[in-house]
Design a protein around this ligand. Sequence first.
Ligand code: SF4
Ligand code: SF4
Length: 352
Amino acid sequence: MSDIYYNAKENFTGVIEQLMGRYRVYAPVKEGCHHHGFAPIEKAEAADLGFNNTRLSPKGLFHPQAERMFEYSLAKDDPQAGIVKEAQKDFSPRVLLGVRPCDAKAFDLDDSNFNTETIKDPWWVRRRETTTMIGLACDSPCSTCFCTSMGSGPYDTAGLDVLLVDAGEGYAAEVLNEKGKNTLAVTSGWTPVTSAILPLTHKKKASEQSIGIAFDPAAIAKKQMLEIYNSPAWEEVQFACINCGACTFVCPTCWCFDIQDEVCGDKGERLRLWDSCMFPLFTLHGSGHNPRSNKTQRVRQRFMHKLKYYQDKYNSGPACVGCGRCVQACPVNIDIRQVGRQMASQGCSQPA
Ligand code: SF4
Ligand code: SF4
């Protein structure tokens, strides 16, 4: 059973300052007039916990949009020339404050690509190990949110070390594991409480009920893969898509990347850069052949991967946490909820 503590909001600037004394702290900060994004903070007051959701998920703090992996010298007089060395990175302990439950759950999904029994991305793994995730339950889901249809919810604790809940005059903090306990221990002003004195159960229910049902991923899992794959409906889905890639860049569960060498003078660096299955170049072979040369194939790939292939491969839920970012970002209003409903209603179900 987890422990719950309470702290008044008036103490919270002090709590963040205490965290900053021990950790690098990343929190939602205002970006312009309409958006929030995760950024390292230098003043506790910069953290804004009154946000709806951040424009980009915190995925980039673990899998940066552009990451220097290695560097090398090409100087003729350098005895080390041509030797590829790992670029320096900062793995000192850090805290991510205010992570929404959907984004925290996404990190657990992304582990299936970066941290498995057989594949360990060293930078992803170290960042995961040295980061404490302090979540913030969601009381005002956006109209585009559908986490409850994806096996999660606005108070889900998956992937988190501590979950904060706005309890009016203060925050309740549910400590979920040792890492969370040790991190909260560097802060003061917390008093243990019983859940009975906080009306949190009602808040949780109200928040969950405010989110509509999007589609049933289990119904897609039961469908024959080729029936969905060969459906003529993809022509209609892809029609408006301009292959801008926005849906994949904002998605917390899209992890594809490209590796490129950049050379300037006698110095070179090897970079890992976000890529997107929506771009024609993504699958272009050196031979010139492209297995996904047309838009229908690319659009189908994105939805099939998230909602069908991933479920079939891992015998799990979908590779989507229902954050709704792709719905908000798509300039031509392609909506994964509508596509999911279509996929669930196509073809025949697999025999049980
Ligand atoms: S597919 Fe869309 S709704 Fe699902 S996790 Fe990605 S951005 Fe969020
Ligand atoms: S955001 Fe919309 S238009 Fe852009 S690639 Fe994704 S589906 Fe296509």
